[in-house]
Design a protein around this ligand. Structure first.
Ligand code: FAD
Ligand code: FMN
Length: 604
């Protein structure tokens, strides 16, 4: 029996099922027999047996999640804990791990998902999404469900995947226990309210008896040694990482600025593996804050809510707690009313969404408040219209095995002119401008279990990345170069060979030492016709296919809107041509590679 098989046939979480499976594999028959007897005795303890009985009487709640950067996954796990605390048998399961054939057995379903790309499901949810929308999806008249969407309202297809799942489950006959909630980037509070409402709904239906769980007595163990506790570091409690180095990777004359930033993690207790990202909590540009305060005629010292830190001066709140550049539909709607502006009101109407998107695309908050001036606004009302300042993620470009106390990032500095202003990206500008000897940056580690080196270092890998998409491959190669490893092939693309060949010397050294077996580059603007990594892939179709047949894992990192679909199409064509398959069969092969975690993407 595999962990997947155990998962839904029993009340175990996937993680526990895996641990159990792992343990069972290592036990002798006598040990297994002893444990079965021990557990039989253990479950006769009243506290446990009451819970077990309640669990058995309640249809288990399946909490399915589709997540890329971990928000939906963390919520699903929290929901599982809260469900169990209420006496519901619940399992949080990644859609990537769920066998869709089991869906027809599910009576209670909570589905939590984010949205990516052009309103697409996260990579890990793609297979389940397709199954549910396909002809093999079962009728679900016996199923009660609720859907939670995580998204970002600045994207045109806000929470689209959640909307699709919600509609499809209804079409299949399932009945809603709670309306869908579409959460924007400040998702914590609305998501918590949704979880509470859904669990109340399911608990009410199951009519579960009240359960008093007596905790098992805790055995007191004398401390072995005094170890200074390492404070928890996460998004809410970031670590102030000292900047060790910051240098521009592009040569003179480049039209881009890409920085290599080295941060110290010494004393943080933070650990990461290649494929993970570093979350950075930036501060807004002081000039942008000052301009907004001045344009709106506000007082910088007015005290306003600053999030978790209580009331703070407006200037500080705008620097550290709120997004002061990103224009959202919500801001336009509220501002239209305050400014009593007919053009803005018209723009905010649901039927004018396309026009609103176009207006929003190259404007920021400062453009709106300058174009539609108002008097008498107070700071509290302003921050009420703004979104909380969001952390930004950067792929870790170093291996912690090679650099135990460091984290390296490859940051493309966002700068562009629009409507007679030079715009700067919040976090990339913040990172690039913090170069002082004592400068720190608040950081945490964001795990990405969907972008991992193969467990066996002998496995061949093909890495495909453009621009900053090469960052995790630097980490991959640092890790692989530490020991003996299988063949590694890097496809790298950027604009110009002369100025934009990021980490050129490092790749050349890895090639010389043999850790990197091959490297093919595509510099898009060095010739009349644009040349991208997908063109290089197609040029080497025969060898790429041979590597795939040798078990290579394929990794794609970088731009989500063009690179990822174009590389995907190239891979499908390569498999079709070389494997003499039709397009649908080739798509299936790629899909299987994805399911087997041999085709992994980290695109943004
Ligand atoms: C998992 C993951 C890994 C990532 N890894 C990296 C990495 O290794 N390196 C890296 O540099 N980035 C990486 N990113 C992207 C990074 O998180 C930020 O999104 C990026 O740095 C921009 O953030 P910012 O705060 O500087 O810009 P923001 O202030 O967020 O502004 C960005 C916005 O500006 C607008 N914009 C940008 N350019 C233009 C233009 N030319 N015209 C009009 N509007 C424009 C767009 O609306 C865009 O969304 C990653 C993202 C994810 C999700
Ligand atoms: C590259 C990228 C594309 C995104 N595209 C969308 C989108 O089209 N629609 C949307 O509502 N949210 C979009 N988002 C926002 C995510 O859905 C949101 O950050 C969510 O909280 C992520 O949850 P997760 O960590 O569980 O994946 C996008 C985010 C990124 C980084």
């Amino acid at each position: 029996m595999t962990a997947n098989q155990i998962t839904f046939a029993t009340p175990l979480t996937l993680e526990h099922a895996r641990q159990l499976e792992e343990l069972l594999r290592t036990l002798s028959p006598e040990e297994a027999l002893w444990i079965s007897g021990y557990l039989a005795g253990f479950t006769r303890q009243p506290a446990v047996s009451v819970v077990a009985a309640a669990v058995a009487a309640t249809p288990p709640l399946l909490i399915l999640y589709g997540s890329e950067t971990g928000h939906a996954a963390a919520l699903a796990k929290r929901m599982e804990e809260q469900a169990v605390a209420r006496g519901l048998a619940a399992h949080a399961v990644d859609m990537a791990e769920f066998r869709p054939q089991e869906l027809k057995e599910v009576r209670q379903l909570a589905l939590l998902t984010s949205t990516y790309g052009e309103g697409d499901p996260p990579d890990s949810a793609a297979g389940f999404y397709e199954f549910l929308h396909g002809r093999k999806a079962p009728r679900l008249e016996q199923t009660r469900f609720a859907v939670l969407g995580l998204g970002d309202s600045t994207y045109e297809r806000f929470c689209q995947t959640a909307k699709d799942f919600d509609q499809r489950l209804e079409e299949l006959g399932a009945r809603r226990v709670q309306d869908r909630a579409d959460c924007d980037v400040d998702y914590e509070a609305p998501a918590a309210a949704w979880i509470d409402a859904v669990l109340t709904g399911f608990a009410g239906e199951a009519a579960t008896p009240a359960i008093v769980v007596t905790p098992a007595p805790v055995e007191r163990v004398a401390p072995v040694a005094r170890v200074a506790p390492v404070a928890r570091v996460d998004r809410k409690h970031p670590f102030p990482a000292v900047i060790l180095d910051s240098l521009v990777l592009n040569g003179r004359g480049s039209d881009k600025i890409t920085r290599h930033v080295e941060l110290s993690l010494a004393g943080s207790g933070l650990t990461y593996v290649p494929g993970d990202s570093l979350g950075v909590l930036p501060e807004n540009d002081p000039d942008a804050v000052a301009e907004l305060i001045e344009t709106l005629g506000l007082s910088a010292s007015e005290r306003v809510p600053g999030g978790d830190v209580g009331d703070i001066p407006l200037a500080e709140a705008l620097a550290r707690a709120y997004e002061v550049t990103t224009l959202t539909p919500r801001f336009i709607e509220h501002y239209a009313e305050i400014a009593q502006s007919d053009p803005l009101r018209r723009l905010a109407r649901p039927e004018n969404r396309a026009e609103l998107r176009a207006y929003q695309a190259d404007r920021q908050i400062i453009d709106v408040v300058s174009e539609f001036p108002i008097a008498g606004l107070d700071g509290k009302t302003l921050v009420g219209m703004l979104r909380k300042l969001q952390p930004r993620l950067y792929s870790l470009a170093s291996s912690q095995t090679a650099f135990p106390d460091e984290a390296h990032l490859t940051v493309a500095v966002v700068r562009y002119p629009s409507h007679a202003r030079l715009r700067k990206g919040v976090a990339s500008a913040y990172l690039s401008e913090r170069r002082g000897i004592d400068d720190t940056v608040p950081v945490y580690v964001e795990r990405n279990k969907n972008f991992r080196l193969p467990a066996d270092p002998a496995t061949p890998i093909i890495m495909i990345g453009a621009g900053t998409g090469v960052a995790p491959f630097r980490a991959f190669m640092q890790e692989r170069a530490l020991g003996s490893c299988g063949p590694s092939w890097l496809f790298f693309g950027d604009r110009h060979f002369r100025t934009d060949f990021l980490y050129q010397l490092e790749w050349q050294r890895l090639l010389r030492d043999g850790a990197l077996s091959r490297m093919d580059v595509a510099f898009s603007r060095d010739q009349a016709d644009k040349m991208y990594v997908q063109h290089r892939l197609r040029e080497h179709a025969r060898e790429v296919y041979a590597w795939l047949q040798d078990g290579a894992h394929v990794y794609v990192c970088g731009d989500a809107s063009r690179l990822a679909p174009d590389v995907h199409a190239a891979l499908v064509d390569i498999v079709a041509d070389q494997g003499k398959l039709d397009h649908a069969q080739a798509e299936d092969v790629i899909k299987r590679l994805h399911q087997d975690k041999r085709y992994q993407r980290d695109v943004y």
